[in-house]
Design a binder for this molecule. Structure first.
Ligand code: SAH
Length: 348
């Protein structure tokens, strides 16, 4: 009978575990074993990326959304949401400010806003590409056709974030309305990778009805798909969604999974997310200490930040705010990590 320490060594060596062993690791609560997991992940992270932390300037450019994901505060049925959409000029101003602050990756994230057709989004990407030739452009704009992904790539986008949300189709169906399917989500992820994007997938930790078995399936999927980036954060309920009374995910579970993912994918770009910072006051630092190597501060105008409310109490000030980069640098230096001005591409 393997003990958990042996299991952690095995995961580090083989980069995968059978489903039953993933479940044992995920459900482990022994503090010594969890500390060993964290240290092992940190060692692996340092062997690939040293103590550097990459930063991404996040521009939340629209909270209009045609979708109705049951967990999300900007779902179309939420009539209480105050909607906003940045103009091209505002987006470029955000990017300009980000560049000045030292960001070399600009992330455009939004709801699936029908206003941003290819005809409107492509010129924005082209302008960003021309103005900031030394920056990576990351899109997180949801499900689109392969043709659209190709056109955006040709316009100069390099990376795409599209969380798979859960690798289990039954669980997926409980989190989403009928018209959204895991099959189409996966089709999008495959298209994006084939086209040449650096691709990020990921899921919420502690989403309603999620079981250890579901998480094990997520981990098996990550090991097979081998994304360049993985975004995970705790589920946090939003008061104007059907999941308002559901329990939130925990920082502890998220941190455990960050370490596990680092062992499955040693080279992965792994953010300590805003949701982790929201659920725990030192969540970002704990994430970095457990194998994460990316932070995505917010570059959006402050009124937009308040309206881009995916879940309640979402952080957008303090170390979350791009303009407080100096403080974030200090927080990271205090725990032995260094924020760098770098595109921060995936290391093969
Ligand atoms: N429309 C884009 C961007 C979605 S927002 C897309 O579909 O990719 C980015 C991520 O926020 C989502 O993928 C989801 O995993 C996460 N999210 C949404 N609501 C949340 C909540 N209530 N708690 C925690 N994370 C949430």
């Amino acid at each position: 009978m393997n003990n958990i320490f042996t299991l952690i060594d095995k995961l580090k060596a083989e980069r995968t575990l059978p489903k039953e062993e993933y479940i044992r690791l995920i459900t482990c609560t022994d503090p010594d074993a969890l500390e060993y997991l964290r240290q092992t992940a940190d060692t692996v992270r340092k062997s690939v990326y040293g103590n550097t932390v990459y930063i991404r300037g996040l521009v939340e450019f629209t909270n209009y959304c045609k979708n109705d994901c049951l967990y999300c505060g900007i779902r179309r049925s939420n009539t209480a949401a105050l909607r906003f959409r940045l103009t091209e000029e505002q987006i470029l101003d955000c990017a300009e400010e980000g560049y000045r602050l030292g960001f070399r990756t600009i992330v455009l994230q939004g709801g699936e806003d029908p206003h941003f057709t290819d005809a409107r989004l492509i010129p924005i990407v082209q302008t960003l590409r021309n103005r900031f030739p030394d920056c990576a452009i990351t899109l997180s704009v949801g499900e689109r056709s392969r043709k659209s992904y190709e056109a955006l790539f040709a316009a100069g986008a390099n990376r795409f974030l599209l969380r798979h949300e859960t690798a289990n189709a039954c669980h997926y169906a409980k989190l989403h309305p009928e018209e959204l399917t895991l099959a189409n989500r996966m089709r999008c992820l495959r298209d994006l990778r084939d086209i040449g994007y650096q691709v990020g997938c990921g899921f919420m930790v502690g989403s309603p009805w999620q079981t250890a078995e579901h998480i094990a399936e997520d981990l098996l999927f990550l090991g097979e798909f081998k994304p360049h980036m993985v975004g995970i954060g705790p589920f946090i309920p939003h008061r104007d969604t059907p999941f308002r009374d559901m329990a939130a995910g925990t920082a502890e579970d998220t941190i455990k999974l960050l370490s596990t993912i680092r062992l499955i994918l040693p080279n992965v770009l792994l953010p300590a997310t805003t949701a982790l910072g929201t659920i725990s006051p030192n969540g970002r630092e704990r994430g970095i200490l457990a194998g994460a190597n990316v932070i995505m501060p917010n570059l959006s105008p402050s009124d937009a930040r308040e309206k881009y409310m995916l879940y309640n109490n979402k952080l957008s000030s303090g170390d979350e705010a791009a303009e407080n980069l100096a403080h974030l640098k200090q927080s990271m230096a205090a725990i032995g990590y260094e924020i760098v001005t770098d595109r921060g591409d995936y290391k093969e």
